[in-house]
Design a protein. Structure first.
Length: 249
């Protein structure tokens, strides 16, 4: 009777955008893609290949992520981009800093396959590498499969919800803001980076909506979310449950 309704961690405008984004994705891809997608976890069940923190490891991750997102890896070229490469000027500025871009996507053209690139240094962090690959494969799905045009206003941000819609949301949400410890000779400390466009709060709500759509009220996979995203997810899931519950007379 006197319970307080949980407060959403996002604005009404952000909630409407995510809700609409899921509806648009269901129309584009089919809602069965959300319902049937495996919720990919950061463990050996989903990534059993030995990881060597080099190019072979990145290519193995690429093929795994392609499989989970139902993209034929043979129709997409993967380029490992050295951090000092002049190609870095071509990368989109979605990694939080134009000096540290994470990945790129070149659309399919007549006679040429789609190309995605990933920064070589991400091989040191397989979780961020997986998030970047998922994000760039989101471009392949939305653009190269003809579901969206590049000039659509929110095309770039929509590559984040598509990763949630297709079961890769743990990786992209946990990489939305990531603190990394560094140790270089006499220096050590922390730096922050992020993958994608959406903040952790919006990912938390998107993941809660994903769980609701699948009828998963207490998903075990939520234990793999980082502390902030998990809190936003739980608040959002409670808000959605209360909002959909029948109102008492």
């Amino acid at each position: 009777m006197f319970g307080f309704k949980p407060k959403l961690p996002i604005s009404a405008e952000e909630r409407v955008w995510v809700d609409d984004g899921f509806r648009r994705l269901a129309t584009m891809l089919g809602k069965h893609r959300l319902l049937d997608a495996p919720m990919v976890l950061p463990n050996d069940e989903f990534f059993p290949d030995p990881y060597d923190k080099g190019e072979p490891g990145l290519r193995a991750l690429f093929r795994r992520v392609c499989g989970y997102m139902v993209v034929d890896p043979d129709r997409v070229d993967l380029e490992i981009i050295p951090d000092a490469s002049e190609l870095r000027v071509l990368l989109p500025e979605y990694s939080g800093s134009s000096n540290h871009p994470a990945g790129l996507h070149f659309a399919e053209a007549e006679g040429e396959r789609a190309l995605i690139g990933i920064r070589q240094s991400l091989s040191k962090d397989p979780l961020q590498a997986i998030a970047t690959l998922a994000h760039e494969l989101g471009h392949v799905i939305l653009l190269d499969d003809g579901h969206m045009r590049r000039d659509v206003v929110d095309m770039e941000p929509m590559t984040d919800p598509v990763t949630v819609f297709l079961g890769m949301g743990i990786f992209t949400a946990n990489s939305a803001r990531r603190f990394v410890q560094f140790h270089e000779e006499r220096r050590q400390g922390w730096s922050m980076s992020h993958i994608g466009y959406l903040p952790e709060q919006v990912y938390g709500y998107a993941l809660a909506l994903f769980a609701l759509e699948r009828g998963d009220r207490q998903p075990l996979w939520a234990s793999h979310l980082n502390t902030n995203v998990k809190a936003y997810f739980r608040n959002s899931a409670e808000w959605l449950a209360r909002s959909q519950a029948p109102h008492s007379a």
